[in-house]
Ligand binder design. Structure first.
Ligand code: CFM
Length: 544
């Protein structure tokens, strides 16, 4: 056992030491000591690469990224999983995305729709079964739209879900569309995001041109999924400041919101990884500029709201937004001080998804905790190093497998005044399309690890012993058996909302409870000495 804690470089060596040399070399390229220079340049990291078979990854599949992540939070589309029942069942409600359906309106989120493919369909084809399922869903619910998600066997046997969707669209007179999001289609969920972005843009965005509600300050929020009620906090703030939220992709959203999204004047991108494609396509086709925002943490929320207000060049909107931020920040600060006094100096590591491992670092900064290491499951280099590296990212065969939609300017709907405003603001130093990534904001001695494995997770805990570990359900109990509290940053355990001002305070409270609970002292990890019950460690009086 190493007595003193290794530094990031030594830890990296330890993490790859047991791998065969070829795999060690690859994993080493996916781990970098964060070495930020004066120009905010960071070392290159290998990301969005295949996981080596045999290594236990945190990752999910392409179907999960498409069906669960992007379309899952929308309440009035009947989402049918075309495949064996397990895929539909295990993607049913586990993400805790919530919705507020007004009285009498449709809400299909509590349902799990599946074609329940069996052996005979794998042998003889599943298209008939899919057709029947679409008809059955239509007869029962009469929804505005039905979508179909392909699972692995569907791609392998060659069912043409798009042909079935087209046929049923014609027959039923409602929007029916499919996704070729077979689990194996890409190296992770990330491919599923891209496929979902393409189809939502192709089949829904732009179908409804009526400008409803307030004519001014119309915005879309992209990459917010209403986990644990986050969207409700953000929506309320937008209303108070005076923004008209046209569509969210896709927390607490509806089909109608997507169809009408092109009537907004600004797109805000929160989770860059999952939704940047829609933002880019909407700018090309309709001229709507996008900015990066973050509503995780009080300071990030205030910064984002003020940036939104500045875009509209309206003194009243800006003054009101600033006043609300000031008022809310003052309230949060009272709570922050109270909790930070108890969490100050504690350490944390975050390994989650494709954006939260970055965004949640802001909340830990507010708690005065130190981020020792962080990484994404499936993000790309731009999410780590910033969009400035986009031109240097090599497109490999796995990425080439995912369709790039060819989008052109819509001559009738393109709003040149939006791009003119963009040019004007750019000249004043306002930034658009500007995600800087996770690494420039992390400490120099921290370790960044892409697609961390189960083995590396255990090794990291053994050698660095962070006070809090942020990950997901697959990791949670392994970590906790090692005596370290694990906060799920995907579904928040039972907690949330954690976004915006009130959400930040909820997070402070929940992390304080975990980091300062005496219960973790009672668990001995495998590398600690075997002990009898009577020899269990005595609680420190200050913590008891
Ligand atoms: Fe974006 Fe997400 Fe995330 Fe994500 Fe996800 Fe998620 Fe996530 Mo789980 S869309 S990348 S694919 S912020 S479901 S709401 S928590 S891994 S960090």
């Amino acid at each position: 056992m190493i007595e003193s804690k290794p530094d990031a470089g030594q830890l990296k060596d330890e993490l790859v030491a047991k791998y065969p040399s070829k795999i060690a070399k690859k994993r080493a390229n996916q781990m970098v000591q964060n070495d930020v220079d004066a120009e905010n340049n960071v070392p290159e990291i290998l990301a969005n690469a295949r996981t080596t078979p045999g290594i236990i990854t945190q990752r999910g599949c392409t179907y999960a990224g498409c069906k669960g992540v992007i379309l899952g939070p929308t309440r009035d589309i009947v989402n049918i999983t075309h495949g064996p029942i397990g895929c539909g069942f295990y993607s049913w409600l586990t993400r805790r995305n919530q919705t507020h359906a007004p009285e009498g309106s449709e809400n299909f989120i509590p349902y799990s729709f599946s074609t329940d493919l069996k052996d005979e369909h794998i042998v003889f084809g599943g298209e008939k079964k899919l057709e029947a399922a679409i008809q059955e869903a239509y007869d029962l619910f009469h929804p505005k739209a039905i979508s179909v998600f392909s699972t692995c066997p569907v791609g392998l046997i060659g069912d043409d879900v798009h042909a079935v969707a087209r046929k049923m669209k014609e027959e039923l007179g409602i929007n029916v569309f499919g996704f070729s999001c077979e689990g194996y289609k890409g190296v992770s969920q990330s491919a599923g995001h891209h496929i979902a972005n393409n189809q939502v843009f192709r089949h829904i965005v732009g179908l409804d041109d009526e400008v409803r509600g307030q004519k001014k300050f119309r915005v879309n929020l992209l990459g917010e999924y209403n986990i644990g009620g986050d969207a409700f906090e953000i929506e309320e703030l937008f209303k108070r400041c005076g923004f008209e939220l046209v569509a969210t992709f896709s927390g607490n959203s509806t089909y109608g919101q997507f169809a009408n999204a092109q009537t907004a004047d600004l797109n805000m991108v929160m989770c860059h990884r999952s939704i940047n494609y829609v933002a880019e396509m909407m700018e090309k086709k309709y001229g709507i500029p996008w900015i990066k925002v973050n509503f995780v943490s009080a300071t990030a929320t205030a910064k984002s709201l003020i940036k939104m207000a500045e875009y509209f060049e309206d003194a009243e909107l800006l003054a009101r937004t600033k006043a609300i931020c000031e008022e809310e920040l003052a309230k949060v600060e009272v709570q922050r001080k109270k909790y930070a006094a108890r969490t100050h100096g504690k350490s944390v590591v975050l390994f989650v998804g494709g954006s939260r491992a970055h965004h949640y670092q802001e909340l830990f900064k507010e708690l005065e905790m130190k981020v020792l290491a962080a990484g994404y499951e499936f993000a790309h280099r731009d999410d780590y190093e910033g969009r400035k590296v986009l031109p240097t990212i090599k497109v490999d065969a796995d990425s080439r497998n995912i369709e790039e939609l060819h989008v052109e300017k819509d001559e009738a709907l393109y709003r040149a005044y939006l791009s003119e405003r963009k040019e004007r603001l750019l000249a004043e130093g306002y930034t658009f399309s500007d995600y800087e990534g996770m690494m420039p904001e992390m400490d120099a001695e921290s370790l960044v690890i892409d697609d961390i494995s189960s083995y590396e997770t255990e090794k990291l805990i053994e050698l660095w012993k962070p006070d809090v570990f942020c990950a997901g359900i697959k990791e949670k109990f392994v970590i906790q058996k090692m005596g370290i509290p694990c906060k799920q940053l995907h579904n928040y355990d039972v907690g949330g909302p954690y976004n915006a001002f009130r959400g930040a305070v909820n997070f402070y409270r929940d992390i304080d409870r975990m980091a300062n609970s005496p219960v973790w002292k009672l668990t001995l990890a495998s590398w600690q000495e075997e002990t009898t019950e009577s020899a269990a460690p005595v609680l420190e009086p200050s913590l008891a």
